[in-house]
Design a protein around this ligand. Structure first.
Ligand code: GLA
Length: 394
């Protein structure tokens, strides 16, 4: 099997006809718990996974950016100064950058917008390769943003730290791609570490690495990619975000972070049923993140199964972002012996995760495959992920 790093270097050479000057990579993520809490200034507990996006890069003598990838046949080329022309307040219209190139070019644009001095930096050739599945809810987009962000930060000597690069990636996604997402995915991709989850306070952006200890406990995280595609630039994601903002305003809070579980009865009296259930998900989910961190630190991962299950129920019934395939994956995994399971990521498709004893892995995989077959759903892709290091120069 060839190493994906060799593939990225070879891809660069094939497109640009010379050797690359360097290689950077950033991982996708799985969120262990804390869903739709990030844009509510709450808590999240994702980890970086052992699936990565690689960027092979070569410095040019002019100020053009040329980007090629395994996602599309065509290379995209744009003069850096044209891209940055929007940096004085005007922003590129979502979609103006076109398709997959909005992610890497959006990062260069966001660096300029954030005030980084790009007046004398050289143009670049970039080749992007990835083994993070696209549309599976594992943050293939953040993996592109963070690998490109780290590469540009290094090669252009901008001196930004990782939290700043996470914000740049988020800005690219919000403005250039047009998806109103939070800071979780980019933070996981940049701050992750092997065998640890990233406990992030999305209000202060303080983060802490929490040991998962899965190997020692004989446990694994199984991803069940349902194959149901989702897109957060359209539809449900933005509606959920708006409902949270409405709920917070009606409760006189600047964000749902400031609403506690004890205040839910009052919220129920003040809010309509749908808004109340959206609020209840976020408020209880924040508490579940704190509880999960506490259990990981005291009992270890064996003790967090029920919290994962409760998180899924809350997303299914209160936040209403699950789909039948995700519910089936979760129910089947738990029924076949998983310690806990939940959908992960923004929802409306994508993947579920199950916390599984290593000895039960193949039995649970078979049970999930069979259940999907019985429901005449497309076969899911099931695979184990391990918590891995964040973005790096390779
Ligand atoms: C997507 C977004 C994140 C976060 C999750 C839901 O992954 O990119 O910012 O909001 O959904 O937790």
């Amino acid at each position: 099997m060839t190493d994906i790093r060799d593939d990225a270097r070879a891809g660069f050479e094939a497109v640009f006809g010379r050797a690359s000057d360097g290689l950077w990579s950033a991982p996708g993520r799985v969120n262990l718990i804390g869903e739709h809490t990030d844009y509510n200034e709450g808590f999240v507990l994702p980890f970086a996974i052992d699936r990565r996006t690689l960027v092979a890069l070569g410095v040019r003598e002019d100020r053009t950016l040329r980007i090629a990838s395994t996602f599309a046949d065509e290379a995209v080329e744009i003069p850096l100064d044209e891209l940055l022309a929007g940096a004085d307040g005007a922003v590129p219209a979502p979609g103006a950058l076109g398709g997959w190139s909005a992610y890497p070019l959006g990062v260069a644009w966001a660096l300029g917008e954030s005030g980084a001095d790009l007046s004398a930096v050289p143009g670049l050739d970039l080749f992007i390769d990835s083994d993070v599945p696209v549309g599976a809810g594992l943050s293939s987009s953040a993996a592109i943003e963070c690998s490109v962000g780290l590469a540009l930060n290094d090669v252009w000597r901008l001196g930004l730290d990782r939290p700043a690069l996470a914000s740049i990636g988020q800005r690219a996604e919000n403005v250039a791609v047009g998806a109103p997402t939070g800071i979780m995915d980019q933070s996981a991709s940049l701050l992750g570490a092997a065998d640890h989850a990233v406990f992030l306070d999305c209000r202060t952006l303080d983060s802490e690495l929490v040991p998962l200890g899965l190997d020692e406990a004989g446990l694994a995280i199984l991803v069940i990619d349902t194959g149901v595609k989702h897109a957060h630039a359209t539809g449900g994601y933005g509606e959920r975000r708006a409902a949270c903002e409405r709920g917070a305003a009606a409760l006189g809070a600047s964000s749902l972070r400031d609403v506690t579980v004890d205040e839910l009865p009052r919220a129920q009296r003040l809010l309509d049923d749908v808004t109340f259930r959206r609020v209840r998900h976020v408020v209880t989910e924040n508490q579940r993140v704190l509880d999960t961190v506490a259990v990981l630190r005291t009992q270890g991962a064996t003790g967090i199964g029920e919290l994962l299950d409760a998180s899924h129920r809350s997303m299914r019934d209160d936040f209403e972002i699950s789909v039948p395939e995700l519910d089936l994956a979760v129910e089947t995994a738990v029924g076949a012996g998983a310690l806990g399971a939940r959908m992960t990521g923004g929802g409306f498709g994508g993947s579920a995760i199950a916390l599984v004893r290593v000895g039960d892995l193949s039995r649970i995989q078979v049970a999930v495959d069979n259940a999907f077959g019985e429901h005449a759903y497309g076969q899911p892709d099931t695979f184990v992920v391990s918590a891995s290091d964040g973005a790096t120069r390779n």
